[in-house]
Design a protein around this ligand. Structure first.
Ligand SMILES: Cc1cc2nc3c(=O)[nH]c(=O)nc-3n(C[C@H](O)[C@H](O)[C@H](O)COP(=O)(O)OP(=O)(O)OC[C@H]3O[C@@H](n4cnc5c(N)ncnc54)[C@H](O)[C@@H]3O)c2cc1C
Length: 221
C-alpha cells in the first residue's frame, strides 16, 4: 500500500474476484472523473435511495448541487453516511457459454459523510468544479451565478473517506472444453462519443462552436 492508497477495510475490501480490485486514488479518481454522472446511495428515514446526479471532484472532496427541496440535501443535513458509485462500460463480453458472458467495465465505489455547503465562496467554487467536470473550460466562458441564483442552489460536499475500484478487461473466459463450439465469442467494445453539436435556435449570430465543444471527449487524452 502506498500513501495514495485507501486502506482496505471490511467496508471497501472487494471479496468477489479480488484480482480486479484497485485501491489507489489515481485509478479510482480517473473513473470518477471520466464518468459524467454517478449514483448517490443513502438511507433517508428508513428508506434506501440511489439518486443519479452530476458530481465534481476537488481532491478528496466530491461536490453535488440541486434544488433547495432536494432529498439528497435533506439527507446531508442529518450528517448520515452516503455511498457513491460511478460505472464506465467498456464492452460486452460474449462467451461461448451463457454462464461466462460478462462486461468489461471500470467502476468505483466511494464512502463518505456529507455536509451542506453554506458559504457563498465555497458554493461558487463547487459550481465551477461541477461545471468543468461536465465540460472542461465551460466555467470561464459562461455567465457566472448571481448571488440570488447561488441562494436558490443547494450545494453538498462529501469528504471521501474510503473507496475501491473494480475493473474487468479482456476476452471471455470460457471453459477449455467449450473452445471448439461453433459459437462466436469475443468482445463488443463500447464507448461514449459526442455527436455533432446542435446550436440553440435562439443563439446570437456569429458565435462559433467553442473548441471545448467541437473536440469534446470523455476519455483521457
Ligand atoms: C444523469 C442525471 C444527472 C442529474 N443531475 C442532477 C444534479 O446535478 N442535481 C440534481 O438536483 N438533480 C440531478 N438529477 C435529477 C436527480 O436524479 C433527482 O431527480 C433530483 O435530485 C431530485 O431527487 P429527489 O429525491 O429530491 O426527488 P423527488 O422528486 O423528491 O423524488 C420523488 C420520487 O420521484 C422519483 N424520481 C426522482 N428522481 C428520479 C430520477 N432521476 N429518475 C427516476 N425517478 C426519479 C423517485 O421515485 C423518487 O422517489 C440528475 C438526473 C440524471 C439522470
Amino acid at each position: 500500500m502506498c500513501a495514495s492508497d485507501f486502506a482496505r477495510t471490511p467496508q471497501n475490501q472487494v471479496r468477489q474476484k479480488p484480482g480486479r480490485a484497485h485501491y489507489d486514488r489515481d485509478t479510482i479518481y480517473s473513473i470518477l472523473d471520466e464518468a459524467l454522472s454517478c449514483h448517490v446511495g443513502f438511507v433517508h428515514i428508513g428508506q434506501p435511495y440511489a439518486i443519479p446526479t452530476i458530481h465534481g471532484r476537488d481532491g478528496d472532496v466530491l461536490y453535488f448541487h440541486g434544488g433547495r427541496g432536494s432529498r439528497l440535501l435533506a439527507h446531508m443535513q442529518t450528517g448520515q453516511p452516503v455511498c457513491i458509485t460511478a460505472t464506465l462500460l467498456d464492452g460486452i463480453v460474449l462467451a461461448r457459454s451463457v454462464f461466462h458472458h460478462s462486461m468489461n467495465y471500470r467502476s468505483a465505489m466511494l464512502f463518505g459523510v456529507g455536509a451542506v455547503v453554506d458559504s457563498l465562496a465555497e458554493k461558487f467554487h463547487a459550481l465551477e468544479v461541477i461545471t468543468n467536470h461536465v465540460v472542461p473550460d465551460r466555467w470561464a466562458d459562461a455567465r457566472k451565478p448571481t448571488e440570488k441564483e447561488l441562494g436558490a442552489t443547494a450545494v453538498v460536499r462529501v469528504n471521501i473517506l474510503n473507496a475501491s475500484a473494480k475493473i474487468r478487461t479482456g476476452p471471455p473466459v470460457d471453459d477449455p472444453e467449450d473452445w471448439q463450439l461453433p459459437v462466436w465469442a469475443g468482445v463488443l467494445p463500447l464507448g461514449l462519443h459526442a455527436l455533432s453539436p446542435e446550436a440553440d435556435p435562439a443563439l446570437a449570430e456569429g458565435i462559433p462552436v467553442p473548441s471545448y465543444v467541437s473536440a469534446y471527449s470523455r476519455s483521457s487524452p
